[in-house]
Design a protein around this ligand. Structure first.
Ligand code: T46
Length: 151
C-alpha cells in the first residue's frame, strides 16, 4: 500500500469515531473510612498507554475550556475534585457529560470536538493523555473539524 492510500485509510478510520465511542469508565475504588483511593494502571484500566498527565485547576466561575479536537490523541478526563461538564461532538451529534466523581473517567477518542463548562468552584480536571503535547495534533477551527469528519 502506498503512503497516500495509507493516509486515506487513516482518515477513514478517524472519521468512524462517533460520540458513542466517548464512554464513562468506572475506575477501581478502594473505599476506606480514612478516605477513598482510586488507581489507574497503564494499559489496564484505560484503552491507551499514558504518556502525559496534566490538570486544569483554578478555573474561574463561568469560564469555558476546550473548543478543539485532536487528530490522534486519546484522553481520559476525570473530575479529581468538584465537577464540570464536557460536551463531545463528532460533527453530527453532541452529548453532554457531567463529571462529578473522582472514580469516573470520560474516555475521548480521536477526532471528537470537546468543550468544557460549568466548572464548580475548586474543581480539578485531571487528564491522562496517550501522547506528548503537540500543537500540530489540534484542530482548533470548528469549520475545519467539520470538513475533516464529514468526508
Ligand atoms: C483538552 C482539554 C481537556 C502545553 O504546553 N502542554 C500541555 O500538555 C497542554 C495540555 C497545553 N499546553 C499549552 C497549550 C496552550 O498554550 O497550554 C495552553 C492552554 O492549552 P489549551 O488552550 O489547549 O487548554 P484547554 O483547557 O482548552 O484544553 C486542554 C488540552 O489542551 C486539550 O487537549 O482536551 O484540556
Amino acid at each position: 500500500m502506498d503512503t497516500m492510500s495509507q493516509d486515506l485509510n487513516l482518515v477513514s478510520e478517524v472519521t468512524k469515531m462517533g460520540i458513542e465511542e466517548c464512554k464513562i469508565i468506572e475506575l477501581p475504588r478502594i473505599v476506606d473510612s480514612r478516605g477513598n483511593l482510586t488507581f489507574i494502571e497503564n494499559n489496564k484500566h484505560i484503552p491507551f498507554e499514558i504518556k502525559r498527565v496534566y490538570y486544569l485547576y483554578d478555573v474561574p466561575g463561568g469560564e469555558k475550556r476546550g473548543g478543539h479536537a485532536h487528530k490522534n490523541l486519546q484522553q481520559l478526563l476525570i473530575a479529581a475534585s468538584g465537577s464540570f461538564d464536557v460536551i463531545v461532538d463528532d460533527g453530527y451529534n453532541k452529548k453532554r457529560f457531567h463529571l462529578n466523581r473522582s472514580y469516573y473517567g470520560l474516555y475521548i477518542p480521536t477526532m471528537i470536538w470537546r468543550e468544557m463548562d460549568n466548572f464548580s468552584s475548586g474543581s480539578v480536571c485531571l487528564v491522562l493523555a496517550s501522547d506528548f503535547y503537540s500543537e500540530d495534533d489540534y484542530i482548533r477551527d470548528y469549520e475545519e473539524f467539520l470538513k475533516e469528519v464529514r468526508v
